[in-house]
Design a protein around this ligand. Structure first.
Ligand SMILES: Cc1cc2nc3c(=O)[nH]c(=O)nc-3n(C[C@H](O)[C@H](O)[C@H](O)COP(=O)(O)O)c2cc1C
Length: 216
């Protein structure tokens, strides 16, 4: 399997077998995170692999009300998403069963080691996240290569103080994501659904489509 095959087929996994993920396998997958780039090579990222059933249930209990509000927002039309109703149904099942997934990986970040170059622009900072998500993506790719399913989630970050208390996360460390990890029930998708290249790849100015890039 090439790297491109891995990227093209690494869908968000919503259904997991209860089979455990070994410490060795977990270490192999997490090791990939270390190679992600970070601003100034300050490496602010760390992970807590939550395996303890009661802690996972506590995380699910924190996640569910946020998910329910989000799901209700979709139903009422106030939340806009690019997913089909069946995908949302799968995400709803996932929200109600995540404590049964072998690993809930809480991604942490030391904000003092981040230098967001866009923080004075008067809009949402994007750069701050750029020192953590390459590492997370490496974990997703390494997991896919090993045959493990993953789901990158961020809703739980809204409950950061409670997550920090539960997992004894120090004061100066923040949460950036929660990634579920386990053996998938279903085969990986053959190819993910994404916008065509012509919609997103430009030359010299925004909107000038890269020659030859498909627009459908
Ligand atoms: C920044 C980010 C935040 C996300 N947060 C959540 C989340 O909180 N809960 C969830 O169920 N999925 C979450 N997702 C997963 C997306 O719904 C998923 O990537 C998207 O629907 C595409 O799915 P696919 O990769 O299977 O095609 C998140 C993904 C990203 C990139």
């Amino acid at each position: 399997m090439t790297l491109l095959d891995i990227m093209r087929t690494n869908g968000t996994c919503r259904f997991y077998k209860p089979d455990p993920v070994s410490d060795a396998m977990l270490a192999q997958v997490l090791d990939a995170a270390r190679w992600g780039p970070t601003g100034g090579n300050r490496q602010p990222v760390s992970f807590i692999a939550v395996r303890d059933r009661r802690k996972k249930e506590a995380l699910q209990a924190l996640y569910l009300p946020i998910w329910n509000t989000y799901f209700e927002g979709y139903r009422s039309g106030s939340v806009r998403i690019g997913a089909t109703p069946s995908l949302l149904g799968n995400a709803d099942y996932f929200a109600h069963h995540m404590a049964g997934i072998p690993v809930m990986l809480v991604v942490c970040m030391r904000l003092a080691d981040v230098h967001p170059t866009d923080h004075q622009l008067g809009r949402l900072s994007i750069v701050g996240g750029a020192s953590v998500y390459p590492a997370v993506q490496n974990v997703l790719l390494a997991a896919r290569e090993a045959g493990l399913g993953t789901a990158l989630t961020t809703l739980l970050c809204a409950e950061e103080p409670k997550v920090k208390a539960l997992l004894k996360i120090p004061e100066d460390i923040s949460t950036a994501a929660m990634v579920t990890l386990g053996w998938p029930v279903k085969p990986f998708p053959k190819k993910l659904k994404r916008r065509p290249l012509g919609d997103m790849a430009f030359v010299d100015e925004y909107g000038a489509v890269l020659p030859g890039a498909p627009t459908e």
